[in-house]
Design a protein around this ligand. Sequence first.
Ligand code: GDP
Length: 194
Amino acid sequence: DAEVALVGRSNVGKSTLMRELTGHSFDTGGKPGVTREPNHYDWAPEDFVITDLPGFGFMSGVDEDLREEIKTEIVHYLEAYADNVLVAVLVVDGKSVIDIIDRHSGPDEIPYDVEMFHFLRELDIPTVVAVNKMDKVDNEDERLNELCDRLGLYPPWKQWQEVIAPISAKKGQLEPLHEAVREHLHEQNRDDLF
Ligand code: GDP
């Protein structure tokens, strides 16, 4: 089946988003998903499968080696299934994403989120960055422009509505994500799926 893959750091709201998209309930707020396998669910009412990949990045109580291992598994999964993945959704926390990216930017360090974004593009997987928790962000345009800048997309963000989708999973405000995914499917002539 055609597939939409969800990736993101742990605690960005991936489970909440999955619940909103699929109607299934997921373990939210529980233990971070250590060594979880990719999970596949139907994205009703659309005719494709949504795959939830394990959360990556810092998790309390999870050591560096395991973190790297999880990241490697995600990378391998995406490489193996790139042809099948119609769209990837990289979920970030709008409230903290800029701080986290800047904290991990340096001569020898590429932040996970930025690395993942470029990796997905290298694999030719159309990618939407779902900027979650926007209900907690006051200066929305400024935040989204900063994010574009960090991802190497020329601001203003409004030029990138196929890529940058501000959402609030908790409040069920997902239209920009639906819109962006729809746009990518349209470009691939997969309107039949939506
Ligand atoms: P996951 O680790 O990425 O699966 O994250 P969860 O879905 O478990 O969410 C982590 C925390 O963020 C929980 O406390 C959620 O209630 C909260 N959360 C998720 N989405 C939103 C959102 O859109 N807005 C706000 N304010 N909080 C959210």
